[in-house]
Design a protein. Structure first.
Length: 305
């Protein structure tokens, strides 16, 4: 074993231990916890960590997937197969008003679509099931507003987030007391980076959605970025030309709002080599983030994860 690989393993061990501690705190200190499951790489790692944290027993808390109905088909297939293979409980929630009103990424602005089909849907699910803490895979390195989050992040009534009123975290001590209307979000992977995630996936041999690996996919260009035409609901413009491009995804969401990038990364090792040299932002392909760093923060204030 080289010094470099030993250092990586030791660092991953420390990140893993911190995440498992946070998951156990969330499960032990709160009445009704739930794990957010978006099906992406971070969710896959979070689920793996949660199962480690509760080993050898069955995972005692459910997963929650907010389904906009516009996820990649491969994501939904992967979700259902994972739930069956790992024998975990899954709650799927879609905003019924959004479905009835036929809200889509093509009929509404990106901000309004996200608010209705993600933020409102999440609040509906948390409230209806009375979850007092939601455990998610968000990381501080993803973008600026997420860097302001505590590992245990307080939400006021209505799931509102105020970065100025977050509780201090001293010596790994969690203040789990909640007043009426308050809930908590927990982010056990706060201190991980994208590269850490992929090194851990390689070490632990964690399955991820095949969309992360390069393949020839039918695409059109939006804002100069390749968007995969995943099904016949895609609203093609007269000027569109559907072309096969070799693309992969660094981050996944609703397919009309998730841009791929041209790449030749066919394996986890290939992805790691790419990330060791790239300076491009992981979320550059997420069209939901809007204009400027304040856009994500505004969504989080409303209750977005």
């Amino acid at each position: 074993m080289t010094t470099s690989s030993y250092d990586h393993d030791a660092y991953l061990d420390a990140l893993e231990a911190e995440a498992i501690w946070a998951i156990r705190e969330a499960i032990g200190a709160f009445k009704k916890p739930v794990i957010m499951y978006s099906i992406g790489k971070d969710s896959s790692v979070l689920l793996h960590l949660a199962r480690k944290a509760t080993h050898p027993g069955r995972l005692p808390i459910p997963l929650l997937h907010i389904d906009t109905t516009w996820k990649f088909r491969e994501m939904i297939s992967f979700r259902d197969q994972t739930v069956a293979d790992l024998d975990v409980d899954l709650i799927v929630h879609t905003n019924p008003d959004g479905t009835n009103d036929r809200i889509t990424p093509f009929t509404h602005s990106t901000d309004e679509y996200t608010r209705l089909m993600k933020t409102v849907a999440l609040r509906q699910a948390l409230e209806s099931h009375e979850f007092d803490i939601a455990i998610g895979g968000a990381r501080r390195d993803e973008e600026r507003s997420r860097a302001k989050e505590r590992m245990f992040s307080l939400r006021e009534a209505g799931y509102a987030w105020n970065p100025r009123t977050q509780r201090p975290e001293f010596w790994s001590s969690v203040n789990s007391n909640l007043q009426d209307g308050q809930t908590m979000r927990a982010f056990p992977m706060s201190n991980w980076t994208e590269l850490d995630v992929w090194r851990y996936i390689r070490r632990e041999n964690i399955n991820v959605v095949p969309l992360y690996f390069t393949d020839a996919r039918p695409t059109v260009l939006r804002q100069g970025k390749p968007i995969v035409v995943d099904d016949d609901r895609f609203n093609l413009l007269d000027t569109d030309s559907v072309e096969m491009r070799r693309v992969r995804f660094r981050t996944l969401g609703c397919y009309p709002l998730s841009a791929g990038e041209e790449s030749e990364a066919l394996s986890v090792d290939d992805i790691i080599r790419e990330l060791e040299t790239t300076r491009a932002s992981e979320r550059a392909g997420r069209l939901i983030d809007g204009e400027g760093s304040s856009s994500m923060e505004a969504k989080k204030v409303e209750g977005y994860f």
